[in-house]
Write a protein that binds this ligand. Structure first.
Ligand code: PMP
Length: 454
């Protein structure tokens, strides 16, 4: 039986671990590369890049120099008073990296603000086109698009929605791309499961729907649920057929996480909007963005309008210069070339562990975004008792083993984990990650009383 006690809000995965009197979270001292050093002298391998955010590692000199240089020139001017060299260059750099057709960028300060802006823009687009009834933005069950009310309205995350039900919109949701637990209902010939959207739009009424929002690979809510390439292509066609915009939420998957600058490029499609954040600045400062397809901008232009509202810190020169420095670093050091070999190493390591541990199931992912989940009976795919919060317990075991992982998978399963190290991780560091992970898995398994294939 588990012995550690936990204090938690049972509906969220944000948990305080009850530790011996006075013990708290480790206090960070400094970080370099993929390692974070705490004041207690311990080091932690940043196996999830924080919240899937740190892409080029901590303490990169080129980025720090660019930040200092920008700070010495100017940190803040308001976006409707001034633009800046950094913001202009960054907008150009991002649209150059995005699929063809995405021609404009608008900057915000977080992923939630980005998806929220995409929601407002979708509604404005149809209003301006004389179809004001098209206001709903549909997403999928087991998804997460942010904690602001519009973003949460689009999120299939029951635990995070629970306390705010009366303030949220209840848009329809489609099944998640999660073949391990959900049959691919509505699967098309290639088994992508995207065809279910066609039926939903017909039954729900596409005349109510402004847009569909999906994460190309579901991150925090599901633990790297990765539909095969082809899903987004099928969805793009369905959206076009029904006059519905497509928003690709690339807050996690953007900026190289899955091996290309944006994951939707792997399907060879251009969404109407890409929301991004997190890895944009590799965590050096907060920043998010929405990239717009030319047709959206055209609609604004036709009506003499612009993007529907930003934020005080939108496009602040310091974050813009930081993001630009990160993009330049990734280009100069060919960081994306590192993703495929390290992803193969990580996948092989995870599969090796799962082969020995019958309770480590459904290793899945793409690029450097991988997940797995725990089951007590591999045949029946029974999750551990949700009340035990297996994923949170496991995270604590990893911390003790010196590895940061991300607690993913939402209630009622509470059983998934994300591994998403910085994209610059070396072969040796990946071996270290896998060794620490094994340590965390073994001590977790021992606490839970699970069988070990060792
Ligand atoms: N979209 C996705 C796919 C995310 O994973 C997140 C954050 N986990 C968000 C949006 C919200 O981003 P933020 O926390 O920066 O507001």
């Amino acid at each position: 039986m588990p012995t550690t006690e936990y204090v938690f809000n049972p509906r969220t995965t944000d948990v305080l671990i009850k530790q011996p009197l006075g013990a708290k979270l480790p206090v960070v001292d400094h970080a370099k590369g993929v390692y974070i050093h705490a004041k207690d002298g311990r080091d932690y391998l940043d196996g999830s890049g924080g919240a899937m955010t740190v892409s080029i590692g901590h303490g990169v000199r080129e980025v720090l120099d660019a930040m200092r240089a920008q700070a010495e020139r100017v940190c803040f001017t308001y976006r409707s008073h001034f633009t800046s060299d950094a913001a202009e260059a960054l907008a150009q750099a991002l649209v150059d990296l995005a699929p063809e057709g995405l021609t404009h960028a608008f900057f915000v300060n977080s992923g939630s603000e980005a998806t929220e802006l995409a929601l407002r823009t979708a509604q404005q687009y149809w209003r301006d086109r004389g179809r004001p009834g098209k206001t709903h933005v549909l997403g999928r069950a087991i998804s997460y698009h942010g904690m602001t009310m519009g973003a949460l309205s689009m999120s299939g995350h029951d635990a995070r929605r629970a306390d705010y039900g009366n303030l949220l919109h209840t848009f329809a949701v489609a099944p998640p791309p999660y073949p391990y637990r959900f049959p691919l209902s509505g699967a098309d010939a290639e088994g992508h499961g995207a065809m279910v959207w066609d039926r939903i739009l017909r039954e729900y009424g596409a005349d109510k729907v402004a847009a569909i929002i999906v994460e190309p690979v579901v991150g925090a809510a599901g633990g790297a649920l990765a539909p095969p390439v082809g899903y987004l292509r099928a969805l793009r066609e369905i959206c076009d057929r029904h006059d519905v915009l497509l928003i690709s939420d690339e807050v996690i998957t953007g900026m190289g996480r899955t091996g290309t600058w944006f994951a939707c490029a792997q399907d060879g499609i251009a969404p109407d909007m890409i929301a991004t954040g997190k890895g944009m600045t590799s965590g050096y400062t907060p920043m998010g963005a929405v990239l717009f397809h030319e047709r959206i901008i055209q609609a604004f232009g036709d009506n003499g309008k612009t993007v529907p509202f930003g934020h005080t810190f939108s496009a602040n020169p310091l974050s813009a210069a930081t993001c630009l420095a990160v993009v330049n670093y990734m280009r100069d050091h060919k960081v994306l070339d590192n993703v495929a070999p390290r992803a193969a190493q990580l996948e092989a390591g995870l599969r090796r562990l799962a082969a020995r541990l019958p309770w480590m199931a459904d290793v899945r992912g793409r690029g450097l975004l991988w997940g797995f989940e725990f089951v007590t009976d591999p045949e029946k795919k029974t999750p551990p008792d949700p009340a035990l919060n297996a994923n949170v317990r496991f995270t604590a075991h990893c911390m003790r083993a010196g590895l940061i992982v991300y607690t993913a998978g939402i209630a009622p399963l509470n059983n998934a984990t994300l591994i998403a190290p910085p994209l610059v991780i070396t072969e040796m560091e990946m071996d270290d990650l896998l060794a620490r992970l094994e340590k965390g898995l073994l001590s977790f398994g021992a606490e839970m009383g699970y069988a070990m294939g060792y």
